[in-house]
Design a protein around this ligand. Structure first.
Ligand SMILES: *[C@@H]1O[C@H](CO)[C@@H](O)[C@H](O)[C@H]1NC(C)=O
Length: 509
């Protein structure tokens, strides 16, 4: 434990001052002597790696606690964590210029394949291209990219999202000759169908293809990241489930695990993804939402026929299909998702030391591990079918039974901005969560940015976006968080249990 003469973390006031990094009066960052990171996903593991590589932390002990045990083959990441399975879209196609730029930075790492130890090597990254489409009336062609700044992110439609992404990709391409050759506008359904290379492509009205985007193998990439972390020789892994944050006065002092062990540290970095709400009252700021996905087995012949297909993402519906690999085709939906409100056995850490315990229900993941009989609601399954019919209409394929379905749990924020900030009310607590279903692509760069924020030097483009937001009492009363960044399809405010209930009734009738 740090003594009172050496602050645990930089005092919060200077961090919040916009001029803090340049102000000569700002006291230099003084690293804590121990850090506990809760969660070994893209946020937590990436942060561990970045901290371990910084000389400022050379005297700091760094521990990660996670439900999964990385020493056990096949168990890491946890089998129901977000960043697992065969594929994640890797794109710099964002309507928001800051994320587009950060993703382009990550993309440069994904593309590295010359050595087996490079991130993109050994089949971890595939530059298949990404076809983005949307329905509706596109805004006038050549709408000035400046419109991006003026647009209210909270009111974006799928078409806005696609158009603004196009504007950002064009602007990235203006000083990237290679990218310029990689992108093409698709002004009508015929052009979209041709670019899909599946014989499908529906009737979307506008889109573009970016041959410089693609997909990555999530499990393999996480194993790569874990390997990088191991090589530092600096991180202690603890396998266990954190189920409470420990506190003393207004300071968070560590975490209590389900088996009763207590891990103490001067600074706790909470990076528990969709499970965050079980540990900390984050109501009004983030919510766990379940997103449907399904896998189909396909023949070698079908895989050959689809060998040229890009990732296809329909921003009007949120439905997307990833090119097949190893005889498996994946279809999924990036939507508003399902909430799963639960009552907790242990109260999450309240909003402040003086707050009463939260009375809000908390949405938490319900997965095949917490509930082995779980399936996906019929509403979601039907939508996945619709995507297959529209996007991959090979004979007999769209109606083939799924070999597996699952819910992928996002930690969604209202604007799809991450939350990467010191908690304003609790000393010793840093929050790194709110992936909003788009964190994975940042795997090679996000930890560095989080480490910058821990050191009080958050990138200026993200300082406000990633800040712990003030939320009005009225918003809290309304309860649920809905992500309105224009990328989501599907219906709003679906509750998992209700939707699952609709499953059994018609089928057994
Ligand atoms: C995208 O979804 C819309 C709405 O369902 C549909 O009309 C369109 O055909 C879809 N486009 C593609 C390429 O699947």
């Amino acid at each position: 434990m740090a003594s009172s003469s050496s602050p645990l973390v930089p005092s919060l006031a200077p961090l919040q001052s916009p001029s803090s990094s340049s102000s000569p009066s700002h006291s230099p960052f003084s690293p804590p002597s121990s850090i506990l990171i809760i969660g070994a996903g893209v946020f937590g593991l990436g942060t561990a790696l970045a901290l371990a590589r910084r000389h400022e932390f050379s005297q700091c002990s760094i521990t990660i606690v996670d439900r999964s045990d990385p020493a056990q083959p096949g168990l890491f990441p946890a089998r129901d964590a977000a960043s697992i399975d065969s594929s994640r879209i890797i794109r710099a196609d964002y309507p928001d210029a800051a994320y587009a730029a950060l993703a382009a930075e990550a993309q440069a790492q994904w593309r590295k394949q010359a050595n087996p130890s490079d991130l993109g090597a050994q089949g971890r990254y595939h530059e298949s291209g990404l076809l983005l489409v949307a329905d509706g009336v596109p805004p006038p062609a050549n709408a000035p990219p400046a419109a991006a700044a003026a647009i209210d992110k909270a009111k974006l439609t799928g078409m806005d999202y696609a158009r603004l992404s196009w504007a950002n990709v064009l602007s990235l391409a203006s000083d990237d000759h290679e990218l310029a050759n990689h992108i093409r506008e698709l002004p009508d359904a015929a052009a979209i169908r041709e670019a899909a290379r599946t014989g499908g492509g529906g009737s979307g009205t506008w889109g573009y293809i970016n041959h410089g985007s693609g997909w990555a193998d999530a499990t393999a990439s996480m194993a790569w990241l874990f390997d990088q972390v191991q090589q530092t020789g600096r991180i202690t892994f603890v396998a266990g489930t954190a189920n409470r944050l420990e506190r003393s006065g207004s300071t968070v002092t560590g975490a209590r695990l389900a088996d009763g062990r207590v891990l103490s540290a001067d600074l706790v970095v909470l990076a528990a993804g969709a499970w965050t709400g079980g540990l900390l009252d984050i109501s009004g700021r983030a919510i766990a939402t379940g997103q449907v996905l399904g896998y189909l087995e396909i023949t070698q012949d079908e895989q050959d026929q689809l060998s040229k297909m890009p990732v296809i993402l329909n921003l009007t519906t949120g439905l997307f299909v990833i090119p097949p690999s190893n005889g498996i085709l994946k279809v999924a939906r990036h939507a508003y998702g399902y909430a799963n409100p639960e009552t907790l056995d242990t109260e999450p850490l309240p909003l402040s030391p003086l707050s009463p315990p939260s009375t809000h229900g908390v949405s938490l993941p319900r997965t095949h591990m917490s509930d082995p009989t779980s399936s996906i609601p019929p509403e979601g399954a039907e939508d996945l079918r619709r995507a297959l019919h529209e996007m991959v209409p090979l004979p007999g394929l769209p109606d083939r039974p799924f070999i597996k379905t699952r819910l992928c749990w996002y930690q969604d924020t209202p604007t799809a901005d991450f939350i990467v900030d010191y908690h304003p009310e609790w000393q010793g607590l840093f929050v790194a969560t709110g992936d909003s279903g788009h964190g994975f692509k940042f795997l090679p760069v996000l930890g560095e940015k989080i480490a910058d924020c821990i050191m009080g030097n958050c990138p200026s483009a993200f300082k406000d976006k990633w800040a712990w937001k003030h939320v009005s009492g009225e918003t809290l009363e309304k309860g649920s968080v809905v992500t309105e960044d224009g990328s989501r399809g599907g219906l709003r405010r679906l509750v998992l249990q209700e939707e699952l209930g609709k499953a059994t009734a018609p089928q057994t009738a």
